[in-house]
Design a protein around this ligand. Sequence first.
Ligand code: SF4
Length: 156
Amino acid sequence: MLIKEVLQKKSDANCPEVLQNKNLSIKNHRICIVKANLGPANPRAPETIFWIIKSTKWNVSEHAAREMLCGNCGHYWKTKFIDDCMKKHEQVTPPEVDPSWVDTNDSIGYCDEWDIPCTASRTCDTWEPGGPITAALVAMTEMEDEDEEEDEDEED
Ligand code: SF4
């Protein structure tokens, strides 16, 4: 359902506004940091306290928590459309979000939960399984939609 909703929202083929507007991106990042503890500041460092807090929140081992990242989150879009949007417009850098944040040059995708571009190696409290959302996953969802519509037509 989530993918369908986002597909409808971007059906006009416009890039998400946040990928075109750095001020909005900074604002949305800061909301996500406050409300969902987006981080860590430096994904390359041990950041032990950050990961222990996440493992407690999610009731999983610290090792498992370290593998629950934006890059495999069900809200994380990694499609050519999103990549092209990011290339077309200047994106916010981590130090612009927070001076303590390190730019790791890791892959970046689009988060449809917090409406931010996010680094694959960070995470937040609202992580969900099922990602990343790729072109293959979108195509599969569209096929399922068509099947559902055909089934409904046959029932009529
Ligand atoms: S919802 Fe998922 S993709 Fe979005 S910031 Fe949180 S972990 Fe990252």
